[in-house]
Design a protein around this ligand. Sequence first.
Ligand code: DAT
Ligand code: MG
Length: 149
Amino acid sequence: MEQTFIMVKPDGVQRGLVGEIIARFERRGYKLAGLKMFTVRREVAEIHYGEHREKPFFQGLVAYITSGPVVAMVWEGKNVVAAAREMLGATDPQKALPGTIRATYGIDIGRNIVHGSDSPESAVREISLFFKDGEVLTYDRAVDAWICE
Ligand code: DAT
Ligand code: MG
């Protein structure tokens, strides 16, 4: 089953939005497969955001993501990568559609609250960067048959 990597960034943790974000994924029916809280180390941040290394905002982005604890999660379900990106909204909260997480809780592109993998390949890479073997769990939920036929 498809999985995605979702991370509540340090601003989301500081602002008390962890529960709100988890609740949205839970209520939609996705399955929580991994969850932990930690502070991202600079080396890991630079790998995670490696595609942006040459961008002018890179240093600020690394400083932001390493500035405090994050909550990292693996969510699982049909088409979860693309669906989660829609739930997050556009990268810039000013451009995000109403009702999305970034539009509901954010104002500034440099404080956009939450990360979500942009493709299934990115999800695999990001999950393996942040989670060790055994930290992503496989289990059955009795409710699954009521979520997808
Ligand atoms: P996303 O997080 O939606 O996948 P991205 O991968 O293009 O967006 O960029 C990663 C993060 O970098 C993004 O969440 C916020 C920051 N960022 C992107 N573009 C930016 C810009 N033009 N100015 C400042 N920060 C930016
Ligand atoms: Mg991205």
